[in-house]
Design a protein around this ligand. Structure first.
Ligand code: 7TS
Length: 409
């Protein structure tokens, strides 16, 4: 029954009608890398450029006021989407990666001392790993890692032991982009706070796929990207608790982020502008606001339930394929990502053969090399799902994989 939702929504996504080659329709199973965009988002951005284009926060002319109002309205929509207490807590960045780097470069540089500990996990995307490695090298910090268990979950007992080291920060993904593991963020944040640590949640794969409420989670920082949630590329969010952002130094210096500038000094602007130097991605912010409207109109509970149905079906169908091994937890802990290997066949060959049939999947380390090193594999093939994915597409994937097995004999 849920499948009807995807079937009905598909008409909103123009690209899903395209053929990859004549007679070969697109089966898009790479939404974890980036989602497709509904016409509502595409049209809003097009309209902005045709009717309202102007720089924001500067001009007094009508267009500048309209553009500023639309940009700030988008911030309001996004704040409400994650239930932020104030729009001052919602900073526009380029993407999840930049949001995490912002915290590392500002809060990290200011608050951390040599010997301080940051806890990460073994399942992090490089964007929640490398910024901390850079900071650790600069400041002499120690990085500790919550291990991934044989069931592809985080080892919370080991986490509890690591918290006894009195870390300053715990930074972890709410959902793995490889395993699909959904981590118990609320409990993990509570544990961190009990130990006196702040928390940064990588929400790149959670905010697009299920309801995320920052006040319920009590998250200190949350990072996510528009392009994975029906919005455009080039724009993302750093959510931060207002008192934390208030006390952090600015990130990039330049226009908009200042209140007053003298030749040798400046005073920073109020939140959220303090962290938004230079002309921002205005059309993208407006598109992001419309993407959030779109997801709200479907309902995030509905999106999550649909993905659960699709994922359960995919786990079932793929388990019938000889030599196929899935890397990820049982369905009750898992979002819409299925990474796998086929015995004796390179993951890139699998992806290439599927592409011949119009099926788009990703192969590689998915920007999580340490996780693949842990499992002693260089790469996996990954199929990922979203609100527009149908059961029929999962069947096409399964048939495509059966074909790959036949070809390699
Ligand atoms: N964190 C997680 C968990 C992610 O999945 C990604 C992107 C990022 C951070 C970085 O997001 P960005 O928008 O700043 O690039 N993940 C993927 C992926 O799995 N395939 O391509 C991008």
């Amino acid at each position: 029954m849920m499948d009807n939702i995807a079937v009905n929504l598909r008409a909103d996504f123009p690209i899903l009608n395209r053929e990859v080659r004549p007679g070969v329709p697109l089966v898009y199973l790479d939404s974890t890398a980036t989602s497709q965009k509904p016409w509502q988002v595409i049209q809003a951005m097009d309209q902005y450029y045709q009717k309202n284009n102007a720089n924001i926060h500067r001009g007094v002319h009508t267009l500048a006021e309209e553009a500023t109002a639309q940009y700030e309205e988008a911030r309001q929509k996004i704040a409400s989407f994650i239930n932020a207490a104030s729009t001052n807590e919602v900073i526009f960045t380029r993407n999840t990666t930049e949001s995490i780097n912002l915290v590392a470069y500002t809060w990290g540089r200011q608050a951390l001392q040599p010997g301080d500990i940051i806890i990460l996990t073994e399942m992090e995307h490089h964007s929640n790993l490398v910024p901390w490695q850079i900071l650790a090298a600069e400041k002499g910090l120690r990085l500790e890692f919550i291990p991934v268990t044989d069931d592809y979950l985080l080892d919370l007992e080991e986490y509890q032991r690591l918290l006894a080291l009195k870390p300053k920060l715990v930074a972890f993904t709410q959902m793995s982009n490889v395993l699909g593991t959904i981590n118990p963020a609320k409990e993990m944040i509570r544990m961190a706070h009990d130990a006196g640590a702040l928390t940064l949640i990588d929400g790149a794969q959670s905010v697009p796929h299920f309801p995320v409420d920052v006040q319920d989670l009590k998250a200190d920082f949350l990072a996510f990207s528009a392009h994975k949630m029906c919005g455009p590329t080039g724009i993302g969010i750093l959510y931060g608790k207002e008192n934390l952002l208030e006390n952090m130094p600015p990130f990039l210096g330049g226009g908009d982020m200042i209140r007053k500038v003298m030749l040798r000094s400046f005073s920073p602007n109020d939140l959220p502008h303090k962290f938004e130097a230079g002309t921002p991605a205005i059309a993208e912010a407006i598109g992001f606001g419309v993407a959030v409207d779109y997801l709200k109109s479907v309902g995030m509970e509905v999106v999550a339930a649909h993905e659960r149905e699709i994922t359960a079906y995919a786990l079932d169908r793929l388990s019938e394929i000889p030599g196929l091994e899935i890397f990820g937890p049982a369905i009750e802990h898992k979002g819409g990502v299925v990474s796998f290997t086929l015995r004796g066949i390179h993951p890139h060959d699998v992806a290439q053969l599927l592409d011949r049939e119009g099926i788009a999947v990703r192969a590689g380390h998915h920007c999580a090399m340490p996780l693949h090193q842990k499992f002693n594999i260089p790469a996996t093939t990954r199929a990922s799902f979203y609100l527009y994915t149908t059961l029929d597409e999962v069947d096409q994937l399964a048939r495509g994989l059966e074909n790959v097995v036949r070809i390699f004999g």
